[in-house]
Each structure stands twice: as structure tokens, then as C-alpha cells.
Ligand binder design. Structure first.
Ligand code: PGA
Length: 259
């Protein structure tokens, strides 16, 4: 894991956008997109680069990470809607290039299998953006998710439902069930980009990066991946025991070495 501590969320967004831009400029790119508040700055920066600097997504496609079960696709809080509103409708992805799970699929298990096959058919994900839950989840892989899990149904913890209640008219409206890419699915992406912002994420970031590999902190599964970049602001980095080493590593990073 490469841990990159940056002064503020804007610096995190610019660095994440640099990594995605490099992937886009490499030829056909398959992006893994997270929803939630964390990547919004990154998406805003990518939209700005598209508008002001001609950054193009015309040769890219994207897969979202997860979806609420039972929400119609057109519901404003379905992740299919959210990713279009917050990001993809504002850049130039080709028609049909944004792939999402169907939260209303009559057979969720078949839908999960369809999604796994679609990711494989696209050649796998090049760069997967990930936020982290206060309980250490990535995607919606809640604590005690199998480290070998594939896309499937999960039940949200009450903590996650409370965290996400801000997006819904009332806390009771947050669905209990979701479809999510599994931890093994996520680990098949070629480059994982875990973003943590703010002090509320500091315990989860510390557990993911420096804690034991354990199902109790699903994000710790990223320790098994050969190319994970963890981008954090000062707040999210505040519980890291080895932060001095990460800062030293960044200062000494060879100029030829990319993230
Ligand atoms: P957030 O959610 O970005 O809205 O904090 C992250 C997550 O739950 O994965």
C-alpha cells in the first residue's frame, strides 16, 4: 500500500484526478466508480478538466460498486441515478458505457452473476475508486464479509444506515439490503484508489492500513492487493501510527515514479 497524506480534500481530489487522467490517457480505460460524499471532489475536478482542458472519457467505460436493493433505477438516491447526476452526465462517456447493478432485479443472485460477467467481458477494471465506511466497509461489504466474496446481497449495518440517512427524507427510508461487488471482485481491479476524508474516517483508515488483515475491517482486504494507493487528508490520517514514515516516503518519492 502506498499511503499519501495530503493537506486537504482539494489536494486529495487533484491527486485522484491525476491518477484517473493517466489511466484515460493510456488508451481504453475501465473505471470503477464509488458513490457517497468522498469522491465528489474528485468527480468535480474531472468535470472541470473535461470542460476546461479537454480531458475526454470518450474511450472509457465505468462500473459502479454497489446498489440499494428495492430502489427503482430512476429513484434519485439509486446509485445508478447518483453517479449520473454527480459525474457521468457532465462528461463525454459514450452512450451505454456506465454499467450499474439493477436494484429491482427479480432475481438478485442472477443479477450479481450478470454483473461479474460484465466486468470480466470489459476486460476488468483498471482503476477502482473506493470510499470507506466508518465501520471499515468498502463497497457495501460490511464487517465480517468474506475476504473471498463476490458480488452478492448484503444487509446493511445500522451504523451504515444511520450514516446514509442524510440522503433520504427519513432514516426509515434507507433500504436494509444492497447488492455490492465483493471483496475479491474489488481486488481484481488493477489499481485500487482508497480515499478517506475527515477525522470521522480516521479509525477506519487506521484499521484498514495498519490493523490486522481481518473480516472485521473489510477494507483491510486491500492489504492483499499489489497496487493500492490510499489518499487521505490530515483528518483521516490522524490515527495512523506510522504517518511520519508515509510523509517521509512521499517527500523522497522518486520523480520518475507515478502513483
Ligand atoms: P461517504 O461513504 O463517502 O459518503 O462517507 C463512504 C462509504 O460508505 O463507503
Amino acid at each position: 500500500m502506498e499511503i499519501v497524506i495530503l493537506p486537504d480534500p482539494d489536494a486529495v481530489a487533484r491527486t485522484a484526478a491525476d491518477i484517473i487522467q493517466a489511466s484515460l490517457e493510456n488508451g481504453h480505460a475501465v473505471l470503477g466508480l464509488a458513490t457517497g460524499s468522498t469522491p465528489l471532489g474528485t468527480y468535480a475536478e474531472l468535470i472541470r478538466r473535461h470542460r476546461d482542458e479537454g480531458l475526454s472519457f470518450a474511450d472509457a467505460e465505468a462500473f459502479t460498486l454497489d446498489e440499494y436493493l428495492g430502489l427503482p433505477a430512476e429513484h434519485p438516491e439509486s446509485y445508478r441515478s447518483v453517479i449520473r447526476r454527480e459525474f457521468t452526465d457532465s462528461v463525454d462517456f459514450p452512450d451505454g458505457a456506465i454499467h450499474s447493478l439493477d436494484g429491482e432485479a427479480p432475481e438478485p443472485e442472477a443479477e450479481a452473476a450478470r454483473y461479474e460477467a460484465a466486468i470480466s467481458a470489459a476486460g476488468g477494471i483498471d482503476v477502482q475508486i473506493l470510499g470507506i465506511g466508518t465501520d471499515g466497509h468498502v463497497g457495501f461489504n460490511e464487517p465480517m464479509s468474506s475476504l473471498a466474496s463476490r458480488t452478492r446481497i448484503k444487509t446493511l449495518t445500522e451504523q451504515t444506515r444511520r450514516d446514509n440517512a442524510r440522503f433520504f427524507p427519513s432514516p426509515e427510508d434507507v433500504p436494509h439490503h444492497v447488492l455490492t461487488q465483493g471483496l475479491a471482485t474489488i481486488r481484481e481491479a488493477r489499481h485500487l484508489l482508497l480515499i478517506g476524508l475527515g477525522e470521522a474516517k480516521a479509525p477506519a483508515i487506521a484499521a484498514a492500513v495498519e490493523g490486522p488483515l481481518a473480516a472485521g475491517c473489510p477494507a483491510s482486504a486491500l492489504q492483499l492487493h499489489p497496487h493500492t494507493t490510499v489518499l487521505v487528508d490530515e483528518g483521516a490520517a490522524s490515527r495512523l501510527e506510522h504517518r511520519g514514515y508515509y510523509q517521509y516516503t512521499l517527500q523522497k518519492k522518486p520523480t520518475w515514479q507515478s502513483f
